[in-house]
Ligand binder design. Structure first.
Ligand code: NIG
Ligand code: FE
Length: 391
């Protein structure tokens, strides 16, 4: 029989359920309590009305919010790219050419090394409040190396994405069409059993719109659902292709035309913004305000990878989004929780109403606003995942 726990004395509770609390999208409740039963939230409301339970935790007048949902990361890799970062900070621009460096290091690494790396970044993320993460292949680019990356990732998360189409493998530099045939053929067959999603980097120098459509359509025929690296480095067809194929998410969205924004506003595709990438590549910021004002659903994630965004910290991304992408703290916190859940088409996470998975983050601060107000401060002081306290 599962035991129940009440967390009381919560100064601010973010439920992301507008039917609860103050009626805002964050569904804020002041002086709140949450009851956890097994791996689920059983009750949410004002502290004074909390039902009796087996165990009691005093939140000490601090804030509780849903665990962060990091819907975009690249965590199966070896090595790092410190020199490339250093060169960028001296004026060199980001081209994604460095992906080849990580491909070489990843191919050379043992399974144990890759998994040790992966768990290190997952622990890092967990300590910063991330309770659900998506992660991708994309640094193997052979049948064996891509399927191995997905197999290792699937040991740690259900949200696994096949990104054989990250760049054209250096082994196929003279014959990109043959690489697309591999990605949609033998490699897809080997990878599909380990993944839920298929992704493609739709960008000049990676895959064009026609190639991306062929890759995503082939993946869909094998039961994988599309998501797209779209419009990161330049304008292009990625965002509109994502909407056309009902992709769960178009990620980056840094260079958008009015038609791209209209397409997102009219479709079911979430715009996932990844400000860690703009930070680390010194690129211009995506225009979050324009998307939000058009009614687009926005998610916020880390894009954690050794090239363009080597941070596992959702709180850091929230602070960037508020300072540099003109999001309000409420919008940024929603995007990093409920928005991430929407980008993974999940309704059981990213909220703290009754029936939700009991994934909670306790801050050493009275309000979620402090995530942006106190940037760089390790505010996460407790994490529950599936009802169990893990931090
Ligand atoms: O999301 N844009 C493509 N892929 C990654 C970067 C990968 C890398 O530079 O290693 C991204 O930014
Ligand atoms: Fe990415």
């Amino acid at each position: 029989m599962s035991s129940s726990t009440v967390i009381t004395n919560i100064a601010t509770l973010v439920t992301n359920d507008p039917s609860l609390g103050d009626g805002s999208p964050l569904g804020l409740i002041q002086d709140a309590a949450v009851v956890i039963d097994g791996d689920r939230v059983a009750w949410t409301g004002e502290s004074s009305k909390a039902p009796a339970t087996d165990n009691r935790v005093d939140a000490g007048g601090r804030a509780v919010l849903p665990g962060f949902v990091d819907s975009h990361s690249h965590l199966v890799f070896a090595g790092d790219r410190t020199q490339e970062f250093n060169a960028r900070m001296s004026g060199r621009s980001y081209t994604a050419g460095g992906i080849r460096t990580t491909v070489a290091a990843t191919r050379a690494a043992s399974d144990a090394e890759l998994e040790a790396n992966l768990t290190r970044y997952l622990d890092e993320a967990l300590r910063q409040g991330t309770t659900t993460f998506e992660t991708k292949s994309g640094y193997g680019l052979t049948v064996e190396d891509e399927s191995r990356a997905l197999r290792l990732a699937a040991k740690h998360t259900d949200e696994v994405t096949y990104l054989g189409a990250h760049i054209v493998s250096p082994d196929y530099a003279d014959d990109p069409a043959a690489y697309v045939a591999l990605v949609t053929g033998e490699m897809l067959d080997a990878c599909a059993p380990h993944a839920r999603w298929i992704d493609v980097f739709c960008e000049k120098g990676a895959f064009d719109g026609d190639q991306a459509r062929a890759i995503l359509t082939a993946g869909r025929a094998k039961g994988l659902h599309p998501r797209v690296h779209a419009n990161q480095l330049s304008y292009g067809p990625g965002v509109q292709l994502a909407v056309e194929l009902d992709a769960a998410s178009a990620d980056h969205c840094t260079h958008l035309t009015d038609a791209d924004v209209d397409a997102l506003a009219g479709g079911n595709t979430v715009a996932t913004l990844l400000p860690g990438a703009e930070f680390s590549t010194r690129a211009e910021w995506p225009n979050a305000r324009r998307l939000l004002d058009a009614g687009v659903t926005v998610a916020l994630s880390t894009d954690c990878n050794p090239g363009s965004s080597f941070t596992s910290s959702v709180p850091f991304c929230i602070a960037l989004a508020v300072r540099d992408m003109r999001m309000t703290p409420d919008e940024a916190v929603w995007a990093a929780t409920a928005g991430g859940a929407a980008a993974l088409r999940r309704t059981d996470i990213g909220r703290l109403g009754p029936g939700a998975r009991a994934d909670l983050t306790l801050l050493d601060a009275p309000s979620h606003v402090h995530l942006a107000y106190r940037p760089g401060v390790p505010l996460v002081s407790g994490v529950w995942r599936r009802g169990e306290r893990v931090v």
